[in-house]
Design a protein around this ligand. Structure first.
Ligand code: DX5
Ligand code: ZN
Length: 212
């Protein structure tokens, strides 16, 4: 599956971008929420997500890169998140937060930074619908893929298969048309791609290439 990250789109034309993605083969629309505290960047908030929800035909994959995300779980779900992913590094009561998301019938994900080991998810894995492996340091689009994160995909896949968990693996950061096949082979279920899609000449064609 492919989730274009609108972080790299032309925000002056956000409405047109969503319409274009509606026509595309994209499975989700990936929305990066940043607060300037957890990451050194500030992006989209509640109102824009609500507006996107009104016109989107694709499910919204909301990636929270914010301090204490548990404060805003319900509000992001009210805005229309279909997948809600919070960071391991920012959550003291992760188990409670995951259950809070699942109670609302929303896909619950946990993201881990490049330096965070998969092993730390051992106890929470049975509860997870999705694990998001960051393959760049979160904060910006257009960064280079960090190769050492590939072994974390393999590790997560092995745990999921061995225990028959129903947990998807999503990879986010530096994904492009050169490395995506390799990442799928390693066990990725959902590719997030921002720059590779929105900097390409033909956005629709690039999404189709990823789907093939
Ligand atoms: C980075 C974000 C990503 C970003 C990916 O913190 O979580 O979703 O948009 O962008 P690319 O694909 O350009 O690396
Ligand atoms: Zn993201």
């Amino acid at each position: 599956m492919i989730a274009p990250s609108i972080l790299s789109c032309n925000f002056l034309e956000l409405g047109k971008v969503i319409e274009l993605l509606n026509q595309s083969e994209a499975d989700f629309i990936h929305i990066d929420v940043m607060d300037g505290i957890f990451v050194p960047n500030i992006t989209i908030g509640f109102d824009i997500i609500s507006q996107i929800k009104k016109v989107s035909k694709k499910p919204l994959d909301v990636h929270l890169m914010i301090h204490k995300p548990e404060r805003y779980i319900d509000r992001f779900i009210d805005c229309g998140a279909d997948i809600l992913t919070i960071h391991y590094e920012e959550n003291t009561h992760l188990h409670r937060s995951i259950l809070q998301i699942k109670k609302r019938n929303v896909v619950a994900g946990v993201a881990i930074n490049p330096h965070t080991p998969v092993a730390l998810l051992k106890e929470i894995f049975p509860e997870l619908d999705l694990v998001l492996i960051m393959s760049v340091n979160p904060g910006f689009g257009g960064q280079e893929f960090i190769e050492s994160t590939v072994s974390k995909i393999v590790e997560a896949k092995t745990i999921i298969k061995k225990n028959k968990y129903k947990c998807l693996i999503e990879i986010d950061g530096g994904v492009n048309l050169k490395n995506y096949k390799y990442l799928i082979k390693k066990g990725v279920d959902i590719l997030v791609a921002g720059n590779a899609i929105f900097s390409s000449k033909d956005i629709l064609k690039t999404i189709t290439k990823f789907k093939k």
